[in-house]
Design a protein around this ligand. Structure first.
Ligand code: AMP
Ligand code: MG
Length: 439
């Protein structure tokens, strides 16, 4: 893994793919592994620190998936077939299910979710039958195959089988699995604390009245929202001015969290001081730019968190006094333009936060959609351009949002995705299938 360190880093601009790869390789094994126990529902959106195991077979009995009659499929070779009705099983009724059995020429009424009685090998749907109550008989007008309309015991999972692995972020389906095995409490990883430091003399806090040349600090809030969405705990720091002393103090404070995200101050301007100050803190820089638009000046690196500490013998695993190296803290310097901040977060900071949160690595999923109007651009950068995907079903089409460049949050708020344009393309015709990254 290549890296370099100096007080003022020399530029290292990498391709989009290399930048992703560098983040992924540094993100391996960063999760501190601290575990918390939470109530099941509080586990929604959290990352599992334990495996969820099937406590019994799923389904625990052969489960009917239709309302109808449990039958022997061979009895329906000739239609219509007249079968003798010998019982009824409803969902939850084990005594009926175990009491009756289906012999040749017989049928048992059965409801969705009920256990299939012995002897039956299929369920015929009630829609294809007529009931002759007086004769205790049912007439069947359709054949069924063996195994139709029920799920055999253990077909979904066997007792003892792993249903969800450690590292899985729980969504509603994961919550359903945990509930189905009776986990009312779950072990999850602690959320990583992610410090957010916005830099710039033009910034004011959002409840202050901005002067004529000032703007409100929106990036700290968009980033905090993105951090929450990625499974982290945002720690918003005060605004850092474009002044090295105060900037350094706030960076040092931010390095106390699990990850530090800076915005602004990473371009080529005279007052873009972030890299210089990080360099003074002996930062290692893995890249100082990526061949993308928006977000080209994005920076990724790490800092030692302080001087190595002596661990007393009583507290050390080996029982001997040891020097413990404090963990390196990773940081991203995200460009200050709000759309660049949001895009570079999704592309680079999110996988690091997910790894710190204990999640197994996720690949970036690109969807495909047909382009509504042509795109003309320049070669050389991989572009993530705000776009609107509209239209339902097979009529969905995507079109670039009208925007004034990467400071235009109003355009981004109207967009619902990014069209991804490879660096070698300068013209994409209307009607072509293009890659999308959902927002
Ligand atoms: P910079 O990356 O510092 O050169 O800033 C690029 C642009 O983004 C400038 O127009 C800044 O005013 C704007 N900007 C920087 N930081 C923020 C922020 N925290 N919130 C909103 N806009 C910002
Ligand atoms: Mg700035």
């Amino acid at each position: 893994m290549s890296s370099f360190s100096s007080t003022a880093p020399s530029a290292r601009v990498v391709s989009f793919e290399e930048a992703r790869h560098l983040v992924a390789s540094h993100a391996t094994g960063v999760c501190p592994g601290d575990v918390q126990t939470v109530d099941l529902l509080a586990g929604s959106g959290r990352v599992l620190a334990e495996r969820i195991i099937a406590d019994r077979d799923f389904p625990p009995f052969p489960r009917a998936t239709r309302d109808g009659y449990a039958v022997r499929a061979a009895d329906l070779a000739e239609l219509p077939a007249r079968l003798q009705l010998v019982g009824e099983v409803k969902a939850g009724d084990w005594s009926q299910a175990s009491a009756c059995s289906v012999g040749r020429g017989q049928a048992v009424g059965i409801m969705t979710g009920a256990p299939l009685p012995a002897g039956a090998d299929a369920v015929v749907m009630v829609e294809h039958t007529s009931l002759w109550l007086a004769d205790h008989a049912v007439e069947v007008r359709r054949t069924v195959g063996v195994g139709e309309n029920f799920v055999p015991r253990g077909a979904e999972a066997r007792a003892g089988q792993m249903l969800l692995d450690r590292g899985r972020r729980l969504d509603h389906a994961g919550i359903a699995i945990a509930a189905s095995v009776g986990k009312s409490r779950l072990q999850v990883f602690r959320k990583p604390r992610v410090a957010v430091l916005s830099t710039g003399d033009e910034l004011v806090e959002i409840d202050a009245a901005p002067g004529p040349a000032q703007i409100r600090n929106s990036n700290s809030y968009s980033l905090a929202a993105q951090i929450q969405n990625a499974g982290g705990e945002p720690v918003r720091l005060p605004i850092a001015p474009d002044e090295p002393g105060r900037l350094r103090a706030l960076i040092e404070e931010g390095l106390g969290s699990d990850l530090l995200l800076l915005t602004g101050g990473v371009s080529m301007g005279k007052y873009d001081l972030v890299e210089q100050v990080l360099g003074e803190l002996k930062a290692e820089f893995y890249f100082t730019g990526a061949e993308i638009q928006p977000g080209r000046p994005v920076v990724f690196g790490s800092c030692g968190a302080g001087a190595p500490a002596r661990v007393p013998a009583a507290n050390s695993p080996s029982g001997r006094s040891e020097i413990s190296a404090p963990p390196r803290k990773y940081f991203f310097g995200l460009p200050g333009n709000p759309v660049s901040t949001m895009v570079t977060f999704e592309l680079f900071a999110r996988p690091m936060i997910e790894a710190l949160a204990g999640m197994t690595p996720q690949s970036l999923i690109f969807l495909k959609a047909r382009l509504k109007s042509e795109i003309r651009t320049k070669k050389g950068l991989k572009r993530f351009l705000p776009a609107v995907l509209a239209g339902e079903f097979e009529n969905a089409e995507v079109e670039l949002a009208q925007w004034q460049g990467s400071g235009d949050i109003a355009a981004l708020a109207r967009a619902n995705c990014y069209v991804v344009i490879p660096p070698e393309r300068e013209w994409i015709e209307a009607g072509e299938w293009v890659s999308l990254l959902m927002r």
